[in-house]
Design a protein around this ligand. Structure first.
Ligand code: ADP
Length: 495
């Protein structure tokens, strides 16, 4: 387990099978010729492999190939598209264990979590396979003797840009509905986790998708972003990542203009009232903050606690967080793995330091050492935080939770809403009426009552304000991937 590199090499050759890693265009692996990009093992800091950044010509070729793929894919009957997506789900499930291990090694995600996500990927394709022939147009009762109906047509080529925190899961989450609606997709995974997307694209071909329907372009965001977004063949951008990069993507798309779906950062409020089941809330607060070692846009990173139970509850969270086992990604008993990359590891440490220097009190955890043997951080609880501090306002993207006291329901809502982000959140109380009052007033795309974190592909997911816009799952997201055509036909005599 100390050294996952030999397992890594055999997983790469069995799942990807190519000599060199590059972009996957119409079933061919195409190497770039740019700067060498290292793939670093987050658990050992050793370089697992290097691959060359892509170039503008390859990006353009991948888009042209997607255009050809789209023509064939859109010509499939809706039922046949559904069968192919269902088959892709089955193939993912068939390769689930090696895929989960490759995902764990390269992203740093704990193997238990990687398995759950790969299984969810199979479920995502299964779910959308059922939608291909069920997203219907309407017949609209217009006045006069005319028939008016709507057609839902695919957009064409969709560009999906995804991050490193949950690589294959977030790729599938965004690629599957686009494909289900008859679009082709150019997927651009993070340059630090380029591999599992390649496996997904290979399996898509094996499942019966025409070549070019799902291409993957691997390289730096700056090499690919503007070239792809400005290309007139690309009709939509779905972006999952930081708010800063999301703004740049949005600005580039606005020049065309084409629409975006943006899933960005969060600083979600997990609100605990004094009448809640505190033992349950404390355990959930740990998962809310630490799942995927906190590298999670919907993390419950602001813990709002009613003043009467503040000290007692924060202590309970601090005790419970110690039980959250950070370990090697392939350790079966680990709840969380190392942080994916050095830049993010450093950022988490800087944020913890900053919080303490702003006056927060460290309850447990703290700044993590640079050991040269993995980007392991300590789950951290900070108390005596007020919502004006930067540690309460900026996303950490690590297992760091800040505890903020409040007195009244109105104050809890005001603090929750005093954020540029509005992605998720939770309310803990035994008072049903209060739960619904709070839910109605908190600005977020997703709220839980007396629970935190459950998600399913069938329900809408997305945020407001600096957390982005659009909904990326459920039936709702199918509107994102279709354009409506309104058709008028005179049918009455003399019309
Ligand atoms: P992080 O900095 O944590 O990697 P980003 O939001 O920058 O988060 O990255 C998310 C995705 O966006 C990655 O696939 C990355 O390569 C890509 N990306 C980065 N910069 C750009 C850009 N200028 N245009 C398009 N995509 C980009």
């Amino acid at each position: 387990m100390e050294n996952s590199s030999s397992e890594f090499n055999s997983l790469v050759s069995s799942l990807i099978g190519a000599e060199a890693i590059g972009s996957y265009i119409a079933g061919e692996m195409v190497s770039g010729d740019g700067a060498e990009l290292p793939l670093v093992d987050p658990a050992s800091e050793q370089t697992l492999l290097q691959f060359a950044d892509t170039n503008a010509e390859i990006v353009r070729a991948s888009i042209v190939s997607c255009q050809a793929g789209h023509k064939q894919w859109a010509d499939f009957s809706a039922q046949r598209r559904g069968e192919v997506l269902a088959q892709l789900g089955r193939l993912i499930q068939r390769h689930a264990e090696p895929l989960a291990r490759l995902e764990a090694i390269t992203s740093g995600k704990a193997i238990k979590a990687a398995r759950a996500q790969v299984s969810a990927v199979a479920e995502i394709f299964r779910y959308y396979s059922g939608w291909t022939d069920k997203f219907l147009g309407n017949v609209i009762p217009v006045p006069g003797g005319q028939l008016n109906y709507t057609l839902r047509e695919p957009l064409g080529v969709v560009l999906a840009i995804t991050p490193w925190n949950s690589p294959i899961y977030l790729a599938a989450w965004n690629v599957a509905p686009a494909l289900a609606m008859g679009n082709s997709v150019l997927l651009k995974p993070s340059e630090v986790t380029p591999l599992t997307a390649l496996v997904m694209a290979r399996l898509a071909l094996e499942a019966g998708m025409p070549a070019g329907t799902l291409n993957v372009v691997n390289g730096l965001g700056k090499t690919i972003g503007d070239v792809a977004i400005s290309n007139p063949i690309v009709k939509k951008v779905v972006f999952v990542g930081s708010t800063q990069t999301g703004r740049a993507v949005n600005a580039a798309a606005a020049q065309r203009p084409i629409s975006c779906l943006l899933e960005l950062g969060g600083k979600s409020a997990n609100i605990v009232f004094d009448d809640a089941n505190l033992a349950q809330a404390a355990r959930a607060a740990v998962i809310a903050a630490c799942a995927n070692t906190g590298q999670n846009c919907a993390a419950g990173s602001r813990l709002l606690v009613q003043r009467g139970i503040y000290d007692q509850f924060v202590d309970a969270v601090a005790h419970a967080i110690v039980e959250f086992r950070i370990g090697h990604p392939l350790d079966e008993s680990a709840d969380g793995g190392p942080i994916n990359n050095r830049a993010q590891f450093d950022r988490i440490n800087r944020m913890v330091e900053m919080g303490i220097s702003e006056g927060a009190k460290l309850v447990t955890g703290g700044v993590s050492e640079v050991t040269g043997q993995g980007y392991y951080v300590k789950p951290t609880v900070l108390k005596h935080v007020n919502n004006a501090m930067r540690i309460a306002r900026e996303e950490v993207f690590g297992p760091v939770v800040v505890a903020i006291p409040f007195d009244t329901e109105a104050e809890a809502i005001a603090i929750a809403n005093d954020s540029e982000f509005a992605l998720a959140g939770a309310v803990w109380t035994r008072d049903v009426a209060r739960a619904h009052r709070v839910v109605a007033q908190v600005n977020a795309g997703l709220l839980w009552v007396n629970m935190y974190r459950d998600m399913h592909v069938a329900t809408p997911f997305g945020g407001n304000d600096s957390s982005g816009y659009g909904r990326s799952s459920g039936a709702e997201c199918l509107y994102e991937y279709t354009k409506t055509k309104s058709v008028w036909v005179p049918i009455a005599e003399g019309c």
